[in-house]
Design a protein around this ligand. Structure first.
Ligand code: NAD
Length: 469
């Protein structure tokens, strides 16, 4: 059962202690994961520091080739990694947005990111002088990831960090450490030693990474509460930060939409990975003239979605990944009903026996309802009516989160006008949450700092150095 180990400076590292990892669909024990101590973490960071001078001195094009080798080795092991993801995370292996999709996305992201360039910019070159702006790597980057898309999010961190010339120590969530451990082991079969390292254990390791003097940047994806702790512990050594934090994305449906035609897009925008997606639609605002029809179409569509064990034939959604998150979803749905919401589908559970939460739709006419105001991060969607577009925009913006949003209409100009008033980092039109590697992605307000993806995402792993002559 214990085939998982840390990678420290290119070698497997066996820790004295381990912790248990469970399958959320069956509650069965999957494996014991390594539980590193803070001293072991120190040793791993030292390996990453030692590897930095050589890795950062390679030609940029050599590092591009290495990133393509990573994509190739992951592709050769796609099924193996997808199987681990389904076992530990719960998402169905073969579903349209399941584990094979996650690993496919990771490979595509690695390849696209590898194609980005980091050219020297000539800011001035005339009789008065020459100014060259170079991009230099930072040093050792710590990557801290959550449990919802363990492989894809780790790739979002690791590939641009390595490409820019940094070395990396990656700490996955203790709920889903195994796919990351295996992925980093595979990466080490094609990269020089010390360049990419893994460390697993409890949340205390995240804290130890965040204030470690040798770490130059933290790229963190997780909850807003933890992101604030990371920011404060990074302050002492002035680390660079990218913080991708919680979202509570609003979708706004304008009156010209055809309810039946948009139902599948609305559903998957909200319920991708069982709602356990930062940029899933978590609040749906619908114009009152088509409110009942949208509620009906969405309910009909949702009724036909199969929820089950990720290895079961035809399962499209799995369980909630862990008990803590399950309890948050159940509590928010319970409170939403106590405070006036009407259940259209699913609903709160009195005596839950496992981590499968029913797909839940709640009609709510109060923007302050707890299921509207808080991030549920699970399979429950509040649907709220509005009378004027300005009212919908005000309700959408009346929230601390500002990650993504969407507008649903056939009127492109109106969509752009509404988008320009939404306080969030990405706005999708007639779709939701469709992140792509060439479109910088990040949060405003409490949803984070900085962006990932595209050239802007790559630049976030560099310092500027100007050479003036
Ligand atoms: P979390 O904040 O509990 O944990 C995230 C990671 O931080 C884990 O690896 C955890 O071990 C580590 N950690 C815990 N305490 C720490 C500390 N004091 N210092 C440093 N690291 C610490 O989040 P989660 O429950 O794993 O993930 C769910 C949350 O992540 C949701 O709020 C979701 O919206 C957010 N999320 C955001 C994005 C995005 O791109 N904006 C993407 C995915 C998830």
């Amino acid at each position: 059962m214990n085939n998982y180990h840390l990678i420290n400076n290119g070698k497997a590292m066996i820790t004295l202690n381990t912790f248990k990892v469970y399958n959320p669909s069956t509650s069965a024990l999957i494996a014991e994961a390594p539980k590193a101590t803070v001293q072991e973490l120190d040793d791993i960071i030292k390996g990453a520091c030692d590897a930095f001078p050589e890795w950062s001195s390679l030609d940029y094009s050599e590092r591009q080739s290495y990133m393509l080798k990573i994509a190739d080795i992951l592709e050769q092991h796609s099924e193996e990694i997808a199987t681990i993801i389904t076992k530990e995370q719960g998402k169905p292996i073969g579903a349209a947005l399941g584990s094979m999709f996650e690993i496919g996305g990771a490979i595509a992201w690695a390849r696209y990111t590898a194609s980005l360039e980091l050219p020297v910019k000539i800011l001035q070159d005339d009789e008065n002088g020459r100014v060259e702006m170079h991009r230099r790597p930072l040093g050792v980057v710590a990557s801290i990831t959550p449990w919802n898309w363990p492989v894809l999010i780790a790739i979002w961190h690791i590939i641009p960090a390595l490409l820019a010339g940094n070395t990396v120590v990656c700490k996955p969530s203790p709920y889903t450490p195994l796919s990351t451990l295996r992925m980093i082991e595979l990466m080490n079969s094609v990269l020089p030693k010390g360049v990419i390292n893994s460390v697993t254990g409890g949340d205390e390791l995240g804290a130890a990474l965040s204030n470690h003097a040798a770490i130059k940047k933290i790229v963190f994806t997780g909850s807003t509460a933890t992101g604030k702790k990371v920011m404060s512990s990074a302050a002492d050594t002035l680390k660079h930060l990218t913080l991708e934090l919680g979202g509570n994305d609003a979708g706004i449906v304008l009156p010209d939409c055809d309810p039946e035609a948009i139902a599948p897009g609305l559903f998957w925008g909200a319920f991708i990975n069982n709602g356990q997606t930062c940029a899933a639609m978590k609040r749906l605002y619908v114009h009152r003239s088509i409110y009942d029809q949208v509620c009906d179409s969405l309910t009909q569509f949702a009724k036909n979605i199969k929820v089950g064990d990720g290895f079961e034939e035809g399962a499209e959604l799995g369980p909630v990944q862990n008990q803590m998150q399950f309890d948050i979803v159940n509590r928010l749905v319970t409170q939403s009903v106590e405070q006036g919401g009407s259940v259209l589908l699913g609903g709160p559970l009195d005596n839950p026996k496992d981590l499968f939460f029913p797909i839940t739709l709640v009609a709510i006419d109060d923007n302050q309802n707890p299921l509207v105001q808080n991030e549920q991060f699970g399979p429950a969607l509040p649907i709220i009516p509005f009378d004027t577009v300005e009212e919908a925009i005000a309700m959408a913006n009346d929230n601390e989160a500002g990650l993504g949003g969407s507008v649903w209409t056939n009127d492109r100009d109106e969509a752009n006008r509404v988008a320009s008033k939404m306080e969030c980092g990405s706005v999708w039109i007639n779709k939701h949450g469709a992140v792509q590697p060439n479109s910088p992605f990040g949060g405003t307000k409490s949803s984070g700092l900085g962006v990932e993806f595209g050239e802007e995402g790559l630049l976030a792993y560099t310092n500027i150095q100007c050479i003036l002559s």
